[in-house]
Write a protein that binds this ligand. Structure first.
Ligand SMILES: Cc1ncc(COP(=O)(O)O)c(C=O)c1O
Length: 407
């Protein structure tokens, strides 16, 4: 080959190379909003880089450690060689039995551990994988007007559509499924509800659960109750399970998690319970994607669920005290909120004249405090911010004081 021919070839290859784009992401990635908590972390780091002592009331990650009895169970389980091998896909027999036993003790509901319980790598994972199990391209999921972001983004990832169920102060933050238009219902497969609710902290009367079950039955929907805050109740309130209600298992599954109940967010351990067909479908998706939860973690979770529950009671008392701290101060900083009976959040209405994002931005810029803008949880969150109680009392008081004086 002549020298000029070779040179031409090299130039052409370089141009081709420049124009080629081997890393072409799927369009569904472009449709995803930035993940809320990753965004909050980014803002926090930027402020900290400026030397500002940022106090985060943004993320719902318990500040208290996992109870010692659970850590001890893990320390023991980690030395067992069998636990070093692949875990069982659906969760170990012992873990599924313990989950069923926990549900029986806590709610008086009987479950078959073999067919009605499935271990999850945190309930987030379960929520996300319900979409490939139940929603085809162009089909709807009924999603609360404010809620855990994955109810919406999980749909985007499979080419599904979201119908936001209206949820606001006038309907006591009980997602209004009954107003869903007929054309949406004709293409809907699944409906999420979650009480005690993140972010609004609302609780649901059991009659609401009954209506949701009847609605799901009438319209052939899988009803998913995300009960991530089942163990955090205030003023004597103990959150119920949807599975306690008649007919629930015909149409519903419920998600329970060790994350908030036992300060185990980092351990990634939860379970789904309820309708056997739905549990099987979710298990089928999962067995093609993940290989279960480290069995030692499952052993620790067994201790969490079946050991003495005094730590759970103490945790609720701490969050209740922090709730009171926030409620006592809110008025003096121009915010208002309903008094939460559960969860680890206060859902506060912001003063007129700001959007949620503007107000959260102001709080960060002027006071160095992070709060979560309500609109990040869905369209009905505009006009609100979420204040997390997962912060030590002194930092919580300092944050509120700063907002009061600096804004
Ligand atoms: C309502 C709700 N569901 C699910 C999750 C995810 O929890 P997990 O740690 O079990 O994945 C959260 C976490 O904050 C939540 O608030």
């Amino acid at each position: 080959m002549l020298r000029w021919q070779r040179a031409n070839r090299l130039i052409k290859a370089a141009i081709d190379n420049e124009e080629s784009d081997p890393v072409r992401t799927a369009k569904r990635i472009d449709n995803l909003p930035p993940y809320l908590f990753a965004e909050i972390d980014r803002k926090k780091e930027a402020k900290q880089a400026q030397g500002i002592d940022v106090i985060s009331l943004g993320i719902g990650d318990p500040d208290m450690p996992t109870p010692q009895r659970i850590v001890d169970a893990m320390a023991k389980a980690i030395t067992v060689p069998r636990n070093h091998q692949y875990p069982a896909y659906a969760g170990s027999k012992a873990y599924r039995e313990a989950s069923a036993e926990w549900v029986r003790r806590r709610f008086g509901v009987e479950l078959d551990p073999a067919s009605e319980v499935l271990a999850l790598i945190g309930s987030k994972e379960g929520i996300a994988h319900l979409f490939p199990a139940f929603v085809d391209v162009g089909e709807y999921t009924l999603v609360p007007g404010v809620g855990y972001p994955v109810y919406h983004t999980g749909g985007i990832l499979v080419g599904g559509l979201t119908h936001w169920m209206p949820m606001n102060d006038s309907n006591d933050w009980l997602a209004d499924f009954e107003s869903t238009p007929a054309d949406v219902l004709a293409k809907a497969k699944m409906m999420f509800i979650s009480y005690p609710n993140n972010p609004s902290s609302a609780i649901a009367p059991v009659e609401y659960f009954d209506r949701a079950i009847a609605f799901a039955r009438k319209h052939d929907l899988l009803l998913v109750h995300d009960n991530a805050y089942s163990e955090i109740g205030f003023d004597g309130y103990t959150p119920p399970s949807l599975l306690e209600r008649p007919g629930a298992k015909d149409v519903a599954i419920e998600l329970f998690s060790c994350s908030k109940a036992y300060n185990m967010t980092g351990w990634r351990v939860a379970f789904a319970a309820g309708n056997a067909e739905a549990i099987k479908a979710l298990g089928t998706v999962k067995s093609n994607i993940d290989s279960g939860i480290f069995t030692a973690v499952q052993d620790a979770a067994i201790e969490a669920m079946l050991g003495p529950q005094d730590d759970v009671v103490q945790m609720s008392a701490i969050y209740q005290r922090r709730r009171d701290l926030v409620m006592d101060t809110l008025g003096s900083i121009g915010l208002s909120a309903r008094e939460p009976k559960g969860t680890i959040y206060v859902w506060a209405k912001i003063p007129d004249g700001y959007t949620s994002a503007e107000y959260a931005g102001l709080v960060l810029d002027k006071a160095g405090v992070i709060v979560a803008p309500g609109n990040s949880y869905g369209p009905d969150g505009e006009g609100y911010i979420r204040i997390s109680l997962a912060t030590p009392d002194d930092r919580l008081v300092a944050a509120l004081q700063r907002i009061k004086t600096d804004l």
